[in-house]
Design a protein around this ligand. Structure first.
Ligand SMILES: N[C@@H](CCC(=O)N[C@@H](CS)C(=O)NCC(=O)O)C(=O)O
Length: 296
């Protein structure tokens, strides 16, 4: 570890810095900002290794979280900071959805897989969701541009867990020009065919199944074909949501086979859906994205 450090990073007034903590050879930061996509304040965490703090461009990994999460879950529980410090990788964790305690300002739903803490990283087209639930635009346009403007980012890879794994696969294949690498942990692979996704999509899109197909990761991969040299997916073999049919992992395998998209899919014996699993495999994902960034 460095015995001393000095950094020159400063951000402009679009961002409000909420916290800074030294962590390995880098800093864990939190920011909030007013979003035009969601019409709410949004919070994200960003880990900046010392190279980035000194203003040198680094590869970045965007991590999309799962149902019920905000930026804290992965930042506090995944233990990604040490590997990112070693490799010189920036790690960004946005919130999962717009939020407000006033349900007239931002709609909500008592089901945890619909509403605040959900979103599926799509742009909703139906009332009352369409005003705020524009997380696709938030991630691939607004936050993406903001991050590139404010931080010394070289290239961006995308990953995520569960609903966020769906988001990483969907957005990675829908906008391949924006990302240099894709991976996922316990992803919802075919949201339009899982009970969680169906409950959300009927709210966000109504019964227009063409919009459902546009928001389904496996269908998107099949439609657009190979985009990456390889993608990495880890899945706990003892995950109760896999057994329940929420994740539809074989549909991802079928889609990648049809798309001729090389896929490394690993079933990890004994592992469940929790952050203990994520902690176990996160370093492999960071290394995957780091390797892909070197090739880009
Ligand atoms: N049983 C959970 C289902 C939600 C869940 O398991 N969420 C996953 C993502 S799909 C998660 O990461 N939870 C937060 C955590 O473990 O810190 C609940 O009702 O809250």
């Amino acid at each position: 570890m460095n015995s001393s450090y000095n950094h020159s990073l400063s951000v402009n007034s679009q961002l409000t810095q909420k916290s800074v903590n030294r962590c390995f050879d880098g800093e864990q930061h939190y920011y909030s900002h007013q979003s035009t996509s969601t019409k709410t304040s949004m919070t994200f965490s960003i880990y900046l290794p010392d190279e980035a703090l000194a203003g040198r461009r680094c590869p970045a990994l965007l991590y999309l979280s799962g149902l019920t999460c905000n930026a804290d879950n992965v930042t506090h529980k995944a233990h990604f900071q040490q590997k990112c410090s070693e490799l010189g990788m920036i790690f960004i964790a946005p919130d999962t959805s717009p939020r407000s305690s006033d349900n007239d300002a931002v709609p909500n739903d008592e089901r945890y897989f619909v509403g605040q803490g959900a979103s599926y990283y799509v742009d909703a087209t139906q009332a009352p969701w369409a005003d705020n639930f524009n997380m696709q635009s938030y991630i691939v346009d607004e936050l993406y541009d903001l991050l590139r403007a404010e931080f010394p980012i070289d290239s961006i890879g995308i990953t995520g867990h569960s609903m966020g794994g769906h988001g990483a696969l969907l957005l990675g294949f829908k906008f391949p020009g924006k990302f240099v690498s894709v991976s996922a942990l316990s992803p919802v692979c075919a949201a339009s065919e899982s009970a969680w996704g169906q409950a959300a999509f009927i709210e966000y899109f109504g019964d227009d199944t063409s919009q459902w197909a546009q928001a389904d990761a496996a269908k998107m991969i099949e439609k657009v074909g190979q985009q990456y040299a390889s993608i990495l997916v880890d899945q706990g073999a003892a995950d109760n949501f896999l057994a329940e049919g929420q994740l539809q992992t074989p549909k991802l395998q079928d889609a990648c086979a049809k798309a001729k998209q090389p896929l490394t899919l690993r079933y990890q014996a004994g592992h469940d859906h929790s952050y203990y699993f994520i902690q176990t495999v996160i370093n492999d994902h960071i290394e995957h994205h780091w390797r892909m960034a070197q090739l880009s």
